[in-house]
Design a protein around this ligand. Sequence first.
Ligand SMILES: [Fe+2]
Ligand SMILES: [Fe+2]
Length: 331
Amino acid sequence: MASQNLQSVPAELSPEEQEREAAGQAYFDRIISEDSRIEPRDWMPAAYRKTLLRQISQHAHSEIIGMQPEANWITRAPSLKRKSILMAKVQDEAGHGLYLYSAAETLGQSRDQMMEDLIAGKARYSSIFNYPTISWADMGAIGWLVDGAAICNQVPLCRASYGPYGRAMVRICKEESFHQRQGFEILLELSNGTPAQKQMAQDAVNRWYAPSLMMFGPPDEDSPNSKQSMAWNIKRFSNDELRSRFVGMMVEQVRVLGLTLPDKDIRFNEETKKWEHGPLDWNEFKEVLAGRGPCNSQRIERRREAHENGAWVREAAVAYTRKQAQKENAA
Ligand SMILES: [Fe+2]
Ligand SMILES: [Fe+2]
């Protein structure tokens, strides 16, 4: 595996620099082959750094943008208890974004730059958050399906070879399990309610099912970077493998909910021992990812407003830090 990562050392380096690069590469290869961890100050190939920066910053943006579809329902949650649970969940997502921006910063890009890219529409985030939340049952479907898919994706990332990312994921995954359970519980309550409530829950599951399956990314044959990410121990399982596991989990849980998944092609393949599902609309996925989903422009616009409205908080924090440093210097 490690030999795949060997890069030719650029010719313009001095002999000492070449030696340092070669030693760095050898150290990196050993760490990866031992399935151990790379830390921020360790030497790492430029492509490894770039891949991680892209992945972690996109993940951070997804957490922050993902606050919006649910924050939309805080004022309309059906009870004080539901409001406080939803508020706590949305706050958790903000926290996830912050852990992840911090992890991304250790790779050498400032949070300001990442935020600028996001609000300029240059950065990607999970396509799922560009769909509208049109009923209260969507809070249940998001918690159950979207946070459920996130858990499937993220539990293996707790073992990612980059230390700060793996450690951030451990805490995030604990909170995501709570999110999924509260979503499940919202759907269960609706499903056991009036026929209209049950129908509302079913409609929400019908709308969120396919987009949640697409959260795992394109099919393996269309995911050219996956192989390298797996060789670097960032990714542990392929997109299709994780998607299949997720379908298997949902098949069990939807029975308890008394609802159905809108996919008549779901089946367990005895030969491959994998769950299979019906076709997904990958053109829609590409359109949403390219910025042409139902809510893309609204999400970015809200993010920009929030960033501008929060400018005074950032300024105050900088002023406070400066004052503290002056005090320390004077002491
Ligand atoms: Fe999260
Ligand atoms: Fe979550």
